[in-house]
Structure formats: structure tokens, C-alpha cells
Write a protein that binds this ligand. Sequence first.
Ligand code: BG6
Length: 489
Amino acid sequence: MAKFIPVGTFDLVIFGGTGDLSQRKLLPALYHRYADGQIPEDSRIVGVSRTEMSDEDFRAFAFEACEAHTKDSIEKDCWAKFEKLLSFATMDATDPDADWSGLKERLGGDDRPAIFYLAVTPKIYVPICEAIGAAGLAGGDARVVLEKPIGTDLESAKAINSGVGAVFAEDHIYRIDHYLGKETVQNLLVLRFGNTLFEPLWNRTAIDHIQITVSEDVGVGERAGYYDSAGAVRDMLQNHLLQLLCLIAMEPPNSIEADEIRTEKIKVLNALRPMVAKCVGEDTVRAQYGPGTVDGEKVKGYLEELDEGDSKTETFVAIKAWVDNWRWARVPFYLRTGKRMRSRHSEIMVQFREAPHAMFGEDQAHSNRLIIRLQPDEGVQLYVQIKEPGPGGLRVQSLPLNLSYAESFQVRYPDAYERLLMDVVRGNLALFMRREEVEEAWEWVDGLLEGWAAANTPIHTYAAGLEDGPVEARMLLRQDGRDWWSNGK
Ligand code: BG6
């Protein structure tokens, strides 16, 4: 049984309350936390947007959203109580003449933190924060939650951070990267620092290289407008993949206090070797999906989805990165992410070095591997060499010690947003990014994008539905005498 510790009473205001994120993630996450008894009855959840909607309409809207985006069915009695927390204020928060009285009336009072969740385009983060300040709502224990992407490059990220920082103190700003809320990602910390087994081996002497793969089978679909100005680098690499890299590569923090963890992550970002024009040709691959077949279904290519003849936006990126510090000297980190790949899976593969002396011959060539599967089928596998049973000769096989979360814990897997929203209420910043983290990550990514532009790096094509994306990504590893890990290979 999972244990839930109730949080204190809070007011949560969702700007963009009728938007996609609110429907798919925030409202279902809040319902689940309520249903498990974690949210006090006197808390308030107020949707805000320009849409004309009454409180009743918003409750019906939220019910539909939860039904559509929750695997388990909604329990009617529980919903009847939960919906009492919900209300709605119609308002354009960026309009200086907006009337904030409707929103203020719906808040519960000064005895609780007011949390402002900006589920809107980052372009209006600063004006909304200024308006919250001008309405007198940013004082006391008020907090603001910002979704990624924070900006589109270092300069715009700094402008947002400064603008928001002029209204809210840094320790009241929660920058979400939902990957940090995934159970398996949090487990990375426990796996690394709760066991004595790994830490002595977690460095260049025992580890040959590390791979991080986040592969998606979906295309860009209705998000094409946003995606075409972002691409895989800004949408996934700058945040999710770099955050995973930080957790894998960072030094042990002194404690799990937010600033201890965040300081160690920043050091990793600082140590990332800059991508410059002269290395992007050899160390990176950018590509775009063409038409193909995913899960037996024919799907359109990126350009057809876009409906506009031409675009050089990458939907796939593979990179060989280096963390230039003592621990990771000469250990490459291969990162890749792409849309319209064969399947949805995210995993980290730690490849250990070969045994120094192959006394069992060629068969022993596979060395140990640690696989951390983030999704689906969350779990951890440690590949070890094992003697094949039977008389006659000594044959060695590489087989996994297998820890499956589903088998070990028969509990419902909470969505990342459930954990993160409750952390905001508790005031725990450990799984949120500090200003410098976002800016360091942009600085590295800006270098990569500038390198691509300066070197005129070609954009390759891959047929939708391919396991490994473009063939050039395979070459990226082959040139180092390695292969991408894919389950069962
Ligand atoms: C989002 C990206 O941050 O993460 C999307 O904007 C991507 O493009 C999504 O599809 C992937 O998240 P998950 O949790 O489905 O792996």
C-alpha cells in the first residue's frame, strides 16, 4: 500500500485553466491526490482563462477532463466532494485593466499559501507575474510554478527569470521539468546513493560509456505550430535529457535538501564540454521523420503534418557529450531522443568496462550493463555473465537480474504531476530547477544550435517507425566501436 501524507490547506490558481496541460495533467493529478486523502477539503482550486465559464461549467469541464485522462474511472461520491474545491474566474491576466475581484473572491484566505500555476505560453510569464504582484497577491507565502520551456535561448530565459524574480523570491519559484517527478527518475537518486554497491564503480575506471534514450512513437500532431519553432533540442534535450544526465553524473549531494541536489546538478552542467562548430559534425546527428509505419499504421512525415512545404526543424537528435571532470574523464555520454520512433521507451544504460582478462574466451565479450528503465515497464536490470547450464564446455551468457516495479510494488503509478504538485504545496524545491540550472542548460544548447548553424550541419531523414532513428545515429556509435543499446539485443 502506498502511504500518503496529507499536505496543508492551499489555494491553487491555474492560469490556462482550460488549456491542454490543465486538462491532461493538472486536473487529473489533483483529483487523484484528493481521492487518496492528501488534499484538505478547505483547499481551493481556481481555473483562470479568458474563456467565459461559470464555476458549474468549469466543474463539468474538469469532470470530462479527468474521465478522458485517467485510467481508472472517476468515483462519483468522491467527485461530488472534490468538485466543491473547484471554481473559475474569467479574466485576461495580461490586461492591465483586468478585474481581479472574481479571482480574489474565490481564494480561501491568508492562512494558506497561494500557488499560481502558469500553464500558459512562456511569453506571458512575466506580465502575469507582474499582474499578480500588482493585484497584491504575490506577498507572504505565495508561490509561482513555471512550465518548461523557460525561454527559447539563454537570453530569453534570463529575461523570464529576471522578470519573474522581480516579483517572486527564488525560493518561491518552482520551475517544473516533469521528468523529475517520474518515480523512476527519483529512484535514480536512491539507486545511486542508497546502495553501497554502485558508488565505488560509478566513474571512468569501471564505466565505459553511458547512453540515455528517450524515444517516442507519437508525432508532433496538433502541436506542430509550437514544435516547429522548438525542435527536439529545445523541447527535450535542453530539459529532460540534460536533467537525466545531471542525476546520473552528479557527485553525491550532502543531503536530499533541495539546494544540495541542485548545486550538484549545476556542477555537471558547468562541466559539460561546449558544443562548437568544429565538433558538431562528428558528435551530433540531427534528423526529421519522413512517412512510415508505426504500430502497423501508416503515418505522415513531419513536413506533411506541418502542412507547410519546408522546415529544417529536427525531430530527432543524437549527441556524444562529455562531462569534463575527474570522475568522467574519457567517458562519453550518448544522448538521443526522437519522435515517431518504433516505440515509446526511455532508458538509461550504463555500460561497464570489459573484464581485464577474458579467461572464458570470446563469449565473455559482453560486459556488465545496468539498465534503468524509466518507462514503460519501469524497473532496473543488471546484466551479469552467467554459465549456461549443461555439461560439455563452459559457455557464458549475459543475463539480467531483473527488478520490475510492477511486480515488486502492486500500487498504482502516480503521474509525475501528482508528486510535483504536492511538492509545491509542501514547499519542497528538490525536484524543481534553480535559475542557474536553466540558464546553464541553455548556454550549452545555444552553443550546439549555433554550431549547427555555423557548420551548416545537414538534417537527415528517417522513416517513421524505425527502432533507432536515422542510420547516421547508428554511425555515431559505430565510429567509436559501440552500438546503441536496445532491449534484448
Ligand atoms: C514534453 C515535450 O515536455 O515531454 C513533449 O514537450 C514530449 O514533446 C513529452 O512528448 C514527453 O513526456 P513523457 O512523460 O510522455 O515521456
